[in-house]
Design a protein around this ligand. Sequence first.
Ligand code: SN0
Length: 315
Amino acid sequence: MKNYFSIQDIDSLSDWVYEAIEMKKNPLLDKTLGQDKTIGLLFFNPSLRTRLSTQKAALNLGMNVIVMNFAGEGWSLEYGDGTVMDQGHSEHVKEAAQVVSQYCDVLAIRAFAKLENREEDYSEKVVKNFIRYATIPVVNMESATGHPLQALTDAITIAEHKKTDKPKVVLSWAPHPKALPQAVANSFVEMMQRMDAHFVITHPVGFELANQITKEVPIDYNQKNAFRDADFIYVKNWSAYHEYGKTLQNDFTWKITEEKMKLTNDAKFMHCLPVRRNVVVDDAVIDSKNSIVIEQANNRTYAAQLVLKKILKNK
Ligand code: SN0
């Protein structure tokens, strides 16, 4: 594998999930694989789990890690072809990507959706241009439209916790004070279409995700109905896709409560974090024994480590 841009780069999901679970049992098995190799992590946005788990994954493989916060510290980058660069942008991605490629063996990038222009975000301007001009493999650490490391983590976590071969998994929208990207939800939806699961999405009218991603996945506009008999409740806020980047109405009746969790089949509660307590989910749910968010975050390391291992082995 050269780049890990989206979950389409996973050739055999069941093999990957199995390998990640094996790797978790003995994370230092390949501790010399990345010896004398360097990964560079570029962040255009904040991070806790992605930054530390990807570093941890690289360290487990014996790699060196260099990290740069691009937001505020890097030059403001230009992405257009043939632009007369007499405005605010100081450096073209063409040079930036080639230069970084000389310092590193693998490059990982986080660049969130700006939520201003749907076409621009869905063209994946930042990460795709880095892939275009870099001469080394590129890993997506949440781009404008996807978060494939999170989705791989979620597949691993569901595989570890499922009690039946085909669990019922519900992706539920929840309220949030800010407009958030669709990236996590998009990649989760794509992942659930590849997993053996009864998958349902529930959200208020107007929060439909891109049809090219949701395809035939059933949408239930009645959250309580969707929750019935669920084995996993995966919660995420996202802003509207059609009225792009808008929060529309922030319906607080969509918060995840103990009462709603009682409708489920003793479902596990999942969230990629960070989460706004008592806005997205009540303390009573996230602090309950059914909440697996901390273990889910732990699995970020093994998802990243598996991806890096495959890139290092060029398989
Ligand atoms: C990001 C998102 O894409 O929704 C990253 C999730 C992994 N989340 C946020 O930006 C939350 C910010 C906040 O203020 O709650």
